[in-house]
Structures are given as structure tokens and as C-alpha cells.
Design a protein. Structure first.
Length: 73
């Protein structure tokens, strides 16, 4: 990963990362999803799906994540 990118979200459920990535992209945030899951060992060693954004968009992305989490409560 290039420098100046920060991890803002991770989960062991790929579909959740995909949903968050879509929400961020709809709001103009450039997002990179790295899937560190190995389908062979998914049940024993689930791994993580990680979302990265450029540090120039980190504050906005974190704000969107906070708003999305608040809507789920």
C-alpha cells in the first residue's frame, strides 16, 4: 500500500466491508478494500477485510462512519 493511506475500518465479514465501501464511495471518498481472508481457512482462521482511505479524506470518512453507526443504534 502506498504511503499516506490509513486503515479506517476492518471486519471479518467481507459483506460489511463492501457495504461501508459503497457508502464511502457514494460520498466521494476514494476507498481501497484489501481482502485478507483465505477461503480455504475461512471458518478456522477468518482473516480480515480492511478499508483504507487517503489521509486527506480520513476525517470525512470517519465522520461518515460515525454517522452510519449512529443510525444503527
Amino acid at each position: 500500500m502506498e504511503k499516506d493511506w490509513v486503515k479506517i475500518y476492518y471486519t471479518n465479514q467481507l459483506f460489511r466491508a463492501e457495504i461501508i465501501r459503497g457508502m464511502l464511495e457514494e460520498n466521494g471518498i476514494n476507498v481501497v478494500l484489501i481482502n485478507r481472508q483465505d477461503s480455504t481457512y475461512l471458518t478456522a482462521l477468518p482473516g480480515m477485510a480492511e478499508l483504507f482511505v487517503h489521509n486527506s479524506q480520513e476525517a470525512e470518512a470517519r465522520q461518515l462512519l460515525a454517522e452510519a453507526a449512529g443510525g444503527l443504534a
